[in-house]
Design a protein around this ligand. Structure first.
Ligand SMILES: [Zn+2]
Length: 925
């Protein structure tokens, strides 16, 4: 008889290898077929809502690892919440306006901007954005992200644009929108403002001059015959000079140099002396920059003051430490000027020519003025040195000509009126990680007004009109609602296609002068205003969502971005934050901790990982990292993750393979009828569930990952499953001991499958299809397991935890014996145990069937007083002597015992009595 056929060997169709790159797309096709998203939503209808509002990625280019991490984190949370009974819809969105798309169209060579109307150009932008939405959608779906992919939100849809206009209108009504000056990049050659991205740095030769500003009022620190020395490479900005900035903390010196008195930063004195060529220099006085605040100098060629002010932007890299400040021509200058209430003097027009505000230079091109001004300074004795330098200077990326900083009128959202309300809201939010609260608090506390206008085409127009007669801006409830309705029906191209009279209610007249003709604003809104409006355009308008959201989840760069802009627009009009909590993640670095970049060639492409290893491997990686900090990914890391995946998959497969013929309703063994070992396994399972659920609740997915891995690899594979193999394989199929082990296995299987479902949705649903007696079509419809605290038993756990340690020591002795060829298979061994303490002997005596627990054939435990033989293996609890088991090896179960053949079933002489019994009862014809 072939006794092999009488064993209950592993029996399952569940494949050992996942073949995820092939299997996952099939699973996804099935999800689509059964419309899993809608099924889950219907299933959870009526449950409490949990709204994770998707921050819209920019619809431009393939997704990168940062997108993948972000979307998978969201998906894990949404899936978990749904399995906890929440109605957790997930509506993905896209940010679709903005400069990068305009540039992509311009650079594509397919569209000649100059030959297109604004609407035609915008249509090209729209098509481009939509095409990337579709591509990214497919890539996100390939990652297994579940959501309402059929009905995402896009910031370019007419409905969204209309809501954004209404939100803007509310802010206008509350007085938070105003027009003001701002120094921005300006290209005289293309007569337009430029964004950061439209600038390229190139070498340029510039004059480098040192200029003396005579002191007018030294505030008791400086004598009237002294002069403050500044250095500049843009002499043409001197007509706009209104101040000199010094650093409040730095040391400055008053020196006598070649019979004149000058002020420079102490640290730069030597440098200045060399450059200007001073011969005799002696220090007269030393003081902090702060002491110079509010001293007054005379402008070198206009009859006005230049105020000495303090600014942290002053550096000691070059120059004199005294910085020429023209608020109309520089970003730092503008900011510091605002703090000191200086005017924003900008005597240069759109073409780069001087205006009447620069007497003596009117009509002159700014670059021509450099020479004229330098000569003027020299004639009056204010020029201390003229040289030339080659340096990197910003240029217009289209015309390749130098750009300038120029103050222009822009639209702003002021935040002072509700800054405190925002700070109060921040205190009441849930923060993951905790430091997010401080980060956003500081940013909001310190932020200036928000410049929301852009001189571009691809975006939502700023819905404001100007009276053609008196120039007064026109914007009110009626005009906003009128425009919003037009956008809702026809999209925002209407703004560009229609005459003003067709964008305004009939009979509209200027409130100031009564005139009836208007000009429309040509600027569009900053694209951050679009995404910052999603709470109005999405959360408040969709039936399936709710406002405020429970969570916004994005990278930590969004404290400056989306978290910030959304808070501003929501608190401005609603007085409340649009979210109850924020979760932020760090950035993904390469294996060596370097930033990823295309030029370094160290990027990891999520699409490629899905196609080679599988999306579930990438998702498992996401769960494994501490995403709150910066974290790493590399091929080597993914290889380790793949090993962990295999361990989990094999454990689940082992469970499945031992449930052949098992019917849970019929065969379940009650907890109280289980032996201690089985009960210990049930306790460990519940402890693991407890850890995992707590970790999910606090969004610590790396703890979920570790707990599940540890349970599969250590508690199950290396202990419990190891020991129960004999019962599972050798006992009669319906042996109560075997049924007890199967009950533990069944519960472990269903529990782990549910617990991993948010992280490994493909694998979990694959396993689910093989689990006997489940009534739900997908694990995604199942409830998360609950902890059964009634099984916890501290005494039993302590006892078995101790046993696991003792068993390790016996295993070490067996390992040595195997290496020394004393034994082969551990079932060939007889183990003699010498407890090294009386307590150990007592504890060991509490365990039945040590042979089974150690997976050997015979165990003898000596008295604690017995002396172990010289050649025994000694450890901390026990000494162990391993020998060859006495008797014959049973042909069926491989246990060695003198009892082989010693039973009444003479036809099975090579079997032990237990095996003979099983074979005769269950397998004889
Ligand atoms: Zn046997």
């Amino acid at each position: 008889m072939d006794y092999g056929k009488t064993l209950n060997l592993l029996q399952t169709e569940f494949p050992m290898r996942g073949n995820l790159p092939q299997a996952e797309p099939k699973m996804q096709a099935w999800w689509k077929e059964i419309d899993i998203y809608r099924k889950v939503q219907e299933h959870r209808k009526g449950g409490p809502k949990f709204i994770l509002h998707d921050g819209p990625p920019y619809a431009n280019g393939d997704i990168h690892i940062g997108h993948a991490l972000n979307k998978v984190l969201k998906d894990i949370i949404v899936r978990y919440k749904s399995m906890q009974g929440y109605d957790a819809p997930y509506v993905p969105g896209w940010d679709t306006h903005g400069l990068p798309i305009e540039q992509a169209i311009a650079n594509s060579g397919k569209a000649d901007r100059k030959k297109m109307s604004v609407s035609e150009f915008r249509e090209a932008c729209r098509q481009y954005a939509l095409q990337w939405v579709e591509k990214q959608k497919a890539q996100f779906q390939r990652l297994g992200v579940r959501g309402d992919w059929e009905n995402p939100y896009l910031t370019l849809t007419p409905a969204f644009e209309a809501q954004q206009i209404r939100l803007f209108g509310e802010m206008v009504k509350k007085g938070y929108i105003y027009k003001g000056l701002k120094a921005i990049y300006w290209s005289p050659s293309s007569e337009s403002a430029l964004a950061e991205a439209e600038i390229e740095y190139k070498e340029k030769t510039s004059p480098s001059i040192y200029v003396a500003f005579d002191v007018k009022d030294g505030k008791g620190v400086l004598p009237d015959d002294a002069a403050v020395v500044i250095w500049t490479t843009t002499p043409w900005t001197l007509p706009a000079n209104l101040a000199i900035s010094v650093h409040p903390e730095y040391d400055y010196v008053l020196v006598e140099a070649d019979a004149r008195k000058f002020v420079v930063a102490a640290e730069l004195l030597e440098n200045v002396k060399q450059t200007i060529g001073w011969q005799q220099v002696s220090e007269l006085k030393r003081f902090k920059g702060a002491e110079l605040e509010y001293a007054k100098c005379k402008h070198p060629f206009y009859d006005r003051d230049s105020l000495v002010i303090c600014g942290e932007h002053v550096t000691l890299d070059a120059g004199t430490g005294c910085v020429h400040t023209a608020p109309g021509h520089g970003e730092d200058d503008f900011a510091i000027g605002a703090r000191y209430n200086l005017d924003v003097l900008c005597p240069v027009d759109e073409q780069g020519n001087f205006t009447k505000d620069a007497p003596g230079f009117v009509g002159m091109f700014y670059d021509k003025a450099n020479k004229v001004i330098t000569e003027k300074l020299e004639a009056s004795g204010h020029l201390l040195k003229l040289g030339f330098i080659r340096h990197q200077y910003p240029h217009d990326w289209r015309t390749k000509k130098p750009i300038i900083f120029r103050a222009t009128e822009q639209w702003f959202a002021s935040v002072d009126g509700f800054r405190q309300a925002m700070l109060d809201e921040i205190k009441n939010l849930n923060w993951t990680p905790k430091w997010g609260e401080i980060r956003l608090h500081n940013m909001i506390a310190e932020r200036g007004d928000w410049c929301i206008s852009r001189q571009r085409s691809w975006g939502v127009p700023i819905p404001i009109f100007y009276c053609r007669d008196c120039g007064e801006p026109l914007v009110n409830d009626r005009t906003i609602e009128y425009v919003a309705n037009i956008f809702e029906q026809h999209g925002s191209n209407a703004w560009f296609d229609r005459d003003e009279k067709d964008l305004l209610p009939a009979g509209t007249v200027c409130a100031k002068c009564g005139h009836g003709e208007f000009r429309k604003e040509t600027d569009i809104m900053d694209v951050w205003f679009d995404s910052g409006s999603t709470h109005a355009g999405v959360l408040k308008t969709r039936e399936d969502l709710a406002w405020p959201a429970d969570m916004y989840l994005e990278g930590s760069d969004q404290y400056r971005g989306w978290f910030n802009s959304s808070l501003i627009t929501s608190v401005a009009v609603n007085g409340k934050a649009p979210y109850k909590g924020i979760l932020s993640h760090g950035f993904t670095l390469d294996g060596e901790g370097r930033k990823m970049s295309k030029s370094l060639g160290n990027t990891v492409d999520p699409n490629k990982v899905s196609d080679t290893l599988g999306a579930d491997i990438l998702r498992l990686w996401v769960s494994s990292v501490d995403y709150k900090e910066d974290h790493r990914i590399s091929d080597a890391i993914l290889k380790q993750i793949t090993e962990v995946y295999r361990k989990i998959r094999n454990t689940l497969r082992f469970f499945l393979g031992n449930l052949d013929g098992f019917k849970i309703e019929r065969d379940r063994v009650a907890y109280q009828d289980m032996n201690e070992l089985d009960r210990f396994a049930v306790i460990q399972l519940n402890r693991m569930v407890d850890r995992v659920i707590q970790a999910y609740e606090s969004y610590d997915f790396h703890i979920v990952y570790q707990a599940i891995h540890h349970f599969c690899a250590v508690e199950m594979s290396s202990f419990y499953l190891d020991i129960i193999k004999d019962r599972l394989y050798v006992s009669a199929p319906n042996d109560p001991q075997r049924r007890a082990a199967q009950t533990v296995i069944y519960d472990s299987l269903t529990t782990i499958t549910k617990l991993i479902a948010p992280i490994l949705p493909h694998t979990a649903d694959e396993v689910w299809k093989y689990i006997p007696d489940v009534d739900l079509i997908s694990v995604q419809l199942a409830d998360m397991p609950k902890v059964n605290e009634s099984v916890f038993d501290a005494e039993l756990e302590r006892k078995w935890d101790w046993f696991m340690d003792a068993r390790e020591e016996v295993f070490k002795a067996l390992e040595i014996a195997r290496k020394d060829k004393v034994i082969g298979n551990s079932l060939g061994a007889k183990v003699e145990i010498y407890p090294l303490a009386a307590e150990t002997a007592e504890l060991l005596a509490m365990f039945d069937r040590l042979d089974t627990l150690f997976i050997v054939s015979q165990v003898q435990v000596h008295e604690a007083s017995a002396t172990p033989p010289e050649d025994a293996y000694r450890d901390s609890l026990v000494a162990v002597k391993v020998g060859v088991a006495e008797g014959e090896k049973c042909e069926r179960c491989w246990i060695v015992t003198p009892e082989v053949g010693n039973h009444e079933h003479a036809e099975h002489p090579t079997l032990c009595p237990r095996c003979a019994e099983v074979v005769v009862k269950h397998f004889s014809e």
